[in-house]
Design a protein around this ligand. Structure first.
Ligand code: CO
Length: 212
């Protein structure tokens, strides 16, 4: 019987063949380098693939994914991705994309002991705590989770604005940070908010005296 992973290797052969059939130079052109305009920070959930849900191609989106699309200021992995995307690739847009039905958000809302992942999800508990009045006014737990998903995205957009990488970029050029939520039930993205420069939505205590 065919092993389940072999399906992926076969799928890859099909992909490579089809791409070369459409454009014999496809891989040669791709291998010259990347110049994506977007950085995507999304959830690791297998149902939210950045390129597929935005009908974009290889080379168009630089991607970072983690559980529940969180921007943590001590996360060297994420900070390196942001720094590289902004300063080397020169992306113009950073998109934080959460999704309704996020297991990470639901776990953070509960009091269950989930082990190690709770350390990561603590970041969402802080978001819950910040907005607990609005959240606990909603008795339906699915709707409450949807709203927490939105608040989480908004807070992660703000967390990006609090990095010196973003603040330095804002000194010399436009860098837009978007907060989106993807609906798995209808396939559509809802736009929540966007920050365009340092004048917006950033309390003074988080502003660094960065220089070009
Ligand atoms: Co998720």
């Amino acid at each position: 019987m065919e092993k389940s992973y072999e399906r992926l290797i076969m799928g890859n052969k099909k992909f490579a063949l089809e791409k070369r059939f459409d454009d014999p130079e496809y891989f040669k052109k791709l291998s010259l380098g990347q110049r994506p305009e977007y950085l995507w920070i999304g959830c690791s959930d297998s149902r939210v693939p950045a390129n597929e849900i935005t009908s974009t191609k290889s080379g168009e989106i630089f991607v970072h994914r983690n559980i529940a699309n969180i921007v943590v200021h001590t996360d060297l992995n994420l900070l390196s991705v942001v720094e590289y995307a902004v300063n080397v690739l020169g992306v113009s847009h950073i998109i934080v994309c959460g999704h309704y039905g996020c297991g990470g958000v639901r776990a953070a809302m509960s009091n269950n002991d989930n082990g190690l992942v709770d350390i990561w999800l603590r970041n969402i508990k802080e978001v819950y705590h910040k907005y607990h009045n609005e959240l606990e006014a909603i008795s339906d737990l699915d709707k409450r989770a949807d709203l927490l998903t939105e608040f989480n995205v908004i807070e992660q957009v703000r967390n990006l604005a609090k990095t010196t990488t973003v603040q330095k970029a804002w000194l010399s050029r436009k860098l837009h940070i978007h907060g989106w939520v993807y609906g798995m039930n209808n396939g559509l993205i809802k736009e929540l908010n966007a920050l365009h420069d340092e004048t917006e939505d950033l309390p003074p205590i988080f502003r660094y005296s960065v220089q070009k």
